[in-house]
Design a protein around this ligand. Structure first.
Ligand code: G6P
Length: 490
């Protein structure tokens, strides 16, 4: 068990830590700061507020003492091989993930996985409690840790607790399948503020609260009766003007990216040169189409390949003129649904390339890997059209990254209406990925779009991404959290 040496006034809790443990060729290990948007957004707050980050180091059976990395205190939570199998691969990624993404894959319900989820959430809650100063603010992240807010409130009623759900929250008709639906709702309601990506997610959550708990909800506020909570729980508002309930806020805070960071890299001459080189390496096609995704069944990669393959088969796209670059980064490879997906996608790519490619030219340039950020930005700059065809996606940051990178106000974004980003990037070409004919039409429209229209659309999307970057996301959330948490007046 971890034994944090210090206590902090601001604590972030997430399944994964913002650092990766890298094993050097000589067998030694070092920590590498992972460049994710969440870390970039929270770094200034972390430094200002003496922050700590509680999470798993990404490998089983590692018991590491807390340490410091780039000014952030890192508090590792150990997971055994069994915990990884049952809590991470099982309940998080084979129960909750498919259930919360419209049951695109079948969620598996196993009581043993649930027991592990409870056990591991307890471990995270204990580590967070042991790391938190009296009256600290704790911000819990994502679906892997939905029980942590309640567990924390029970042991540490002095804390202000926020939760942010990075993935969708499903409609009640789907959510209600979950055998432990009430426990999860109760777990989340331990927070003072529960953030979602879209208004629709927040509404789905409030409806589940009404249906399962019968608590009154008004707009984004939910009144949680104090009698429903364990004794000793802090009442809000000395007992907020005698009120017999605690107010929880559930509303949308759409997450974003470090837009300036992307723009700065996009201006770098070596990255621009690399973008040109990529086009040359592809044989200088007239148009380059790009897809970038974790290899996940929610991303609609198969739908995209089908549409592209049919466009070639119909003779509406010439393979010499148009190349589709698909980057599929390896993900959750020990979960069966992900293994199957990889086989399906690679079969489709092989068929399309085998049927329509010729020596020296394949219609699809497929890469099962993850690239460093610099290479991703070169790809974004090289791409005339970016395809985001998710069947369901909390936000989809790739769409925002593409816009932030296009300092030339060029490039066309084709964006699924089932991705959270479509609420904001309204000047993208919005599509329903299930409608293959519509998708084909839209891909053609994107390829043929005149420069003036590309410019106006991209400018408007860039403005949105720069005006609502990830630091605005975190400051908006924390502002609401401080306001609602403090009402308790502890
Ligand atoms: C999504 C989730 C994150 C998760 C990430 C990568 O974006 O919202 O919580 O960390 O996928 O998945 P992984 O299972 O590798 O952490």
């Amino acid at each position: 068990m971890t034994a944090p040496a210090e206590r902090h006034t601001f604590v972030v809790v997430s399944n994964r830590l913002p650092v990766d443990r890298v094993i050097e060729p000589d067998g030694s290990a070092r920590w590498q700061h992972s460049p994710g948007g969440l870390v970039t957004a929270l770094e200034p707050v972390m430094q200002r507020m003496d922050g700590a980050w509680v999470g798993w180091a990404g490998q089983p059976d590692l018991d590491i003492e807390p340490f410091e990395s780039d000014g952030i205190s890192i508090v590792p939570v150990p997971l055994s091989r069994e915990d990884v199998r049952l809590y991470y691969e099982g309940f998080s990624n084979d129960t909750l993930w498919p259930l919360y993404h419209d049951v695109i894959a079948h969620p598996q319900y196993h009581r043993e996985w649930w027991d592990a989820y409870v056990r591991v959430n307890r471990r995270f809650a204990d580590a967070a409690a042991a790391t938190s100063e009296q009256g600290a603010t704790v911000w819990v992240q994502d679906y892997q840790l939905q029980l942590v807010p309640k567990m924390l409130r029970e042991t540490r009623p002095d804390l202000t607790i926020g939760f942010f759900n990075h993935i969708p929250f499903p409609p009640y008709g789907i959510y209600s399948q979950l055998p432990w639906r009430t426990q999860i709702i109760e777990g989340l309601l331990g927070a003072d503020v529960i953030g979602f990506q879209r208004l629709a997610d927040a509404n789905n959550f409030s409806r589940a609260v009404r249906r399962l708990k019968g608590f009154p909800t008004r707009g984004s506020t939910i009144d949680v009766p104090l009698v429903d909570e364990s004794p000793g729980v802090r009442a809000h508002g000395p007992i907020a003007g005698g009120k017999p309930f605690r107010t929880v806020i559930a509303r949308q805070f759409p997450i974003s990216i470090d837009a300036l960071g992307f723009e700065e890299l996009a201006r770098r001459p070596d990255i621009q040169a690399r973008a040109k080189e990529i086009r040359e390496e592809l044989g200088n096609p007239k148009k380059v189409i790009l897809g970038v995704d974790r290899l996940d069944y929610t991303k609609g990669i198969g739908h995209r390949l089908k549409a592209f393959g049919e466009l070639i088969a119909d003779g509406r796209v010439e393979v010499e003129d148009v190349t589709l670059v698909q980057v599929a980064s390896p993900s959750r490879e020990r979960v069966e649904a992900y293994r199957q997906l990889r086989d399906e996608i690679e079969l489709m790519v092989g068929r399309i390339n085998g049927d329509y490619g010729h020596i020296g030219h394949a219609p699809i340039s497929y890469h099962h890997t993850s690239y460093p950020r610099e290479e991703m930005i070169a790809l974004y700059l090289a791409a005339d059209v970016m395809l985001v065809t998710a069947l369901r996606d909390g936000m989809n940051l790739v769409a925002k990254e593409y816009a932030a990178t296009r300092i030339d106000d060029d490039g066309v974004l084709v964006l699924s209406e089932f991705a959270g980003a479509s609420d904001e990037l309204k000047r993208a070409l919005l599509i329903n990925p299930h409608d293959i004919d519509g998708l084909k039409q839209t891909i053609l429209r994107a390829i043929q779009m005149p420069r003036a229209e590309r410019r106006t659309r991209m400018r408007s999307m860039r403005k949105r991404v720069f005006d609502h970057d990830v630091s605005k996301w975190s400051s908006d959330f924390l502002e609401v959290l401080m306001a609602n948490g403090r009402k308790g007046g502890s």
